[in-house]
Every structure is written in structure tokens, then in C-alpha cells.
Design a protein around this ligand. Structure first.
Ligand SMILES: NC(=O)c1ccc[n+]([C@@H]2O[C@H](COP(=O)([O-])OP(=O)(O)OC[C@H]3O[C@@H](n4cnc5c(N)ncnc54)[C@H](OP(=O)(O)O)[C@@H]3O)[C@@H](O)[C@H]2O)c1
Length: 358
């Protein structure tokens, strides 16, 4: 336990599993009072117990983020039972793995309602309360796929892109109003979460995140960092960085590259019998916790995230090294052959001058 977020009231949507659960536990271990929002009551209750066993305090609120009234009621309950909301983390999501031609209109609608509108409704509920006090932080859990879409996840990628557009408008409005409320977004790489075991899938094999895969605790670390630093965006992992910059400069090349590799890249090699329940319209009754089934491959840390979190010191260190290198180069140059010749000639000239004096 530490006091980094002592007594701060934090709401995490999608807190019963995966990234949301890892973040909720990390906030609680840092002293926050955490409200856990998700649909599945069994997993929510288990998340609440996990936090209390670690010495923290949590409030479980079953709600569907696609229901604006339910989100609003959840925010009311948090303020009544824990106090004014300081930090709101929009994290809940659903996805579907299938080509566009095999996704039904109601499936597109549902992914959009949960993943996009769920973020919008969460932001609205948080803003309504934060505006009264002119303080608070909204964290959107985003993705590399919010900047560079991949095949087989069009509904999800579209919703994540839409959130980027929504938040850009909101940021400008907050600046226009002179508001002190902060909005920050964390772009995640592939993560080892239960998503790939319970998402709707129309492909022959069970889906997998496209490697490199990181543990959800890496994502939680980035969320806590974003919640406590004045950053517009926090990209996590070099794969996210490459996706964002690659899309800026080579979008057509990436279309072709992903068309060739990203179908197979999202197939785990394990056959999907298609006889399991999925979480698109209702929660799956299970309690997987934060981790998915890729523990053997998943990395427990991201050096690129470390650099991002310490970028002030890294830039300062690089500038200092650059200055030292320039000084060294200048010193070496001034001791170099041409400089020695000039010095020798000056000494010779002054000797000649002395010899000529009576
Ligand atoms: N895993 C990755 O590779 C990856 C990569 C980039 C970004 N991300 C981002 O990370 C975040 C979390 O993803 P994840 O992989 O941890 O997902 P996950 O393992 O599938 O967990 C999703 C969480 O959201 C909840 N949820 C789903 N639908 C909901 C609804 N309608 N209302 C309320 N809660 C709902 C789920 O609980 P219930 O089903 O019980 O409601 C669960 O707690 C998402 O924003 C995702 O975009 C993940």
C-alpha cells in the first residue's frame, strides 16, 4: 500500500476483469476509494473482495455503460457513498472478431454503444459533477487501434477512433471555458486480458492479441500515471508508438501490410468450437480476474512506457550528454593539428620579435 491517491474517489468502468480490474486494484493499493462498475455481479464482487483483502476500500456497482441513465445513477451512488469523484476512468469495452461482411447491424450497434457511447456517457456523468467543483480528471483507456485500425475488428476500431474525435472536441471546450478539469487518454498495446476468451468471434480459431503482448499491470501503471500527471496522451509500448507514427506517414503501406499479416496475427492456433457464451449483449458468468490465457508470452514491463513516464529526465539527460559531447569535440578540435600549427607559428613569431629587440 502507498499514499499516492490517498482518499481520492476513483470510478473505473469495466472494473471486474482485465485492465479495469488491474487498474482498480492498483488505485486501491495507492490509497484511493474505488467504485467498480461492470455488469457481471459475480466478478464485480470478486474484484471488491480482492481490493478489501489488499487493505483497500471499494464499492461494486452493477451497471451497463451503454445505458446513460444507469451510468448517471452509478455516479450518484458513488458520490453518496464515497464522496466527490476525483478521477473517472472509462475502460469498459466489447468487441467482435469478424470481417465487416459478417458483422450484423445490431452487432455493430452494440459494440458502438458500449465502447464509444459508454465512454461518452461516463465522461458526461463525470463532467456534470466535476464542473460544479472545477476539478477532476477523466482518463480514457484508448488503444493503438484508435489510430491504426486492423482487419477483423472494424466495429471496435471505429468506436475507439470515434472516442479520439469526441475527446478532442471536449478538450477544446474545456480550454474555451477556462476549466481546470483534465482529460487524458492512454493508448494501450496488446494486453493479456480475458477479452480474447469471451469476445464474440466468427473466425475459426480463438482470437489473440497481436504480439508483443503486455500484462494488464503495465496498463494499470500507465493509467495511474495518466491520472496523476498533466499529459494529453500516454502511449504504452513501442508497438503503439509505431502504429501511431506509421499511420501518420504510411497509411496505404500499413493497409497492405495488415491485410497480409493481421488475419493470421489475431488467430491463436486454438480452434473455437463456437459453443461458448460471449459478452457482447450480456456478461459471461465467470470470474477470470485481470489476466487472460497468454501469461507465458506476456511481458511484465515496457521500457518504452518507462521512457514515456520519465521523458523529462530522459530529454534532460540526452541534452546534457549532447552538450558534453559537443564540449569534448570542441576541446579535441582545439588540440588538433591545425590548432597546434597556429600555436607554434604564434610562438615562433614572438621569439623572432624578441630576438630582433636590441
Ligand atoms: N486487451 C488488449 O489487448 C487491449 C489493447 C488495447 C486497448 N485495450 C483497452 O483496454 C480496455 C479494457 O480491455 P480488456 O482487454 O481489459 O477487456 P476485457 O478483458 O474484455 O474486460 C472488459 C471489462 O469491461 C466490462 N464490460 C463489458 N461490457 C460492459 C458494459 N456494457 N457495461 C459495463 N461494463 C462492461 C467487463 O465486465 P462485464 O462483462 O461483467 O460487464 C469487463 O470488466 C478497453 O478500453 C480496451 O479498449 C485492450
Amino acid at each position: 500500500m502507498n499514499d499516492r491517491f490517498k482518499d481520492r474517489v476513483v470510478v473505473v468502468t469495466g472494473a471486474s476483469a482485465g485492465v479495469g480490474r488491474a487498474a482498480a486494484v492498483a488505485f486501491a493499493k495507492a490509497g484511493a476509494l474505488v467504485a467498480l462498475v461492470a455488469r457481471g455481479e459475480e466478478a464485480l464482487e470478486s474484484a471488491r473482495r480482492e481490493i478489501e483483502l489488499a487493505g483497500g476500500r471499494a464499492l461494486a456497482i452493477p451497471a451497463d455503460v451503454a445505458d446513460a441513465q444507469a451510468v448517471e445513477a452509478a455516479a450518484d451512488k458513488v458520490e453518496a457513498e464515497l464522496g466527490p469523484i476525483d478521477i473517472w476512468v472509462n475502460n469498459a469495452m466489447v468487441t467482435i472478431f469478424a470481417p465487416v461482411s459478417e458483422i450484423a447491424p445490431e452487432e455493430f450497434k452494440r459494440v458502438t454503444e458500449v465502447t464509444y457511447l459508454g465512454g461518452v456517457y461516463g465522461t458526461m456523468a463525470a463532467l456534470k459533477r466535476m464542473r460544479r467543483r472545477d476539478r477532476g480528471t477523466i482518463v480514457q483507456v484508448s488503444s493503438a487501434l484508435a489510430y491504426r485500425s486492423i482487419p477483423l475488428q472494424s466495429a471496435y476500431c471505429g468506436a475507439k477512433h470515434a472516442l479520439v474525435g469526441f475527446l478532442d472536441s471536449l478538450r477544446s471546450e474545456l480550454i474555451h471555458d477556462g476549466s481546470a478539469i483534465r482529460v487524458t487518454s492512454v493508448q494501450m498495446p496488446a494486453l493479456n486480458t480475458p477479452q480474447f476468451g469471451w469476445a464474440r468471434n466468427k473466425m475459426p480459431q480463438l482470437p489473440q492479441p497481436v504480439p508483443p503482448i503486455f500484462q494488464p499491470e503495465v496498463a494499470a501503471d500507465a493509467i495511474l500515471f495518466a491520472a496523476s500527471h498533466n499529459r494529453r496522451n500516454v502511449p504504452v509500448g513501442s508497438s503503439t508508438w509505431k502504429a501511431q507514427w506509421g499511420q501518420k506517414f504510411f497509411p496505404g503501406l500499413l493497409d497492405r501490410y495488415l491485410g497480409r499479416v493481421a488475419y493470421q496475427g489475431q488467430q491463436s492456433g486454438e480452434a473455437d468450437a463456437h459453443d461458448r457464451p460471449d459478452n457482447l449483449f450480456s456478461p459471461v458468468s465467470s470470474d477470470p480476474g485481470s489476466h487472460g490465457r497468454f501469461d507465458a508470452q506476456a511481458k511484465p514491463a515496457s521500457p518504452a512506457l518507462w521512457v514515456e513516464e520519465h521523458r523529462g529526465s530522459v530529454l534532460g539527460g540526452a541534452a546534457l550528454l549532447g552538450a558534453l559531447a559537443a564540449l569534448g569535440w570542441y576541446g579535441a578540435r582545439s588540440r588538433s593539428a591545425p590548432a597546434r600549427v597556429v600555436r607554434h607559428r604564434i610562438r615562433q613569431a614572438s621569439r623572432n620579435l624578441r630576438n630582433r629587440q636590441p
